[in-house]
Design a protein around this ligand. Structure first.
Ligand SMILES: [Cu+2]
Length: 105
């Protein structure tokens, strides 16, 4: 395996709360991790490792809502920013047993 996104060496020491992008992988019909805590400045990328399409769709009672994200097989979502604290609970429209939560502090 090659690493196409090799990190550049940091020129300066990053701040303690530097924003980061966190990956949630989808494999075997599960979100992993299915519960994620992030900071407000962070973003989330969903990576579909499965051979079928999945979606990331807000639950009805979700405090935070995003437009449904459709992720084709072996593809990734764009980094998703939430920009406010709250709980984003979501599911896959194609497989309703697939659920996850992102808590933004
Ligand atoms: Cu699915």
């Amino acid at each position: 395996m090659t690493d196409p996104a090799a990190k550049p060496s940091p020129a300066t020491k990053p701040a303690a709360a530097a924003p980061k992008n966190v990956e949630v992988h989808i494999a075997g019909m599960k979100f992993n991790p299915d519960k994620l805590d992030i900071a407000c400045a962070d973003s989330v990328t969903w990576v579909n490792d499965d051979d079928v399409e999945h979606t990331v769709s807000s639950d009805r009672n979700s405090e935070l809502r995003v437009a449904t994200i459709i992720i084709p097989p072996k593809k990734s979502s764009d980094p998703t920013h939430f920009r406010m604290p709250g709980t984003f609970s979501y599911h896959c429209d194609n497989h309703t047993e697939m659920t996850g939560t992102v808590t933004i502090k």
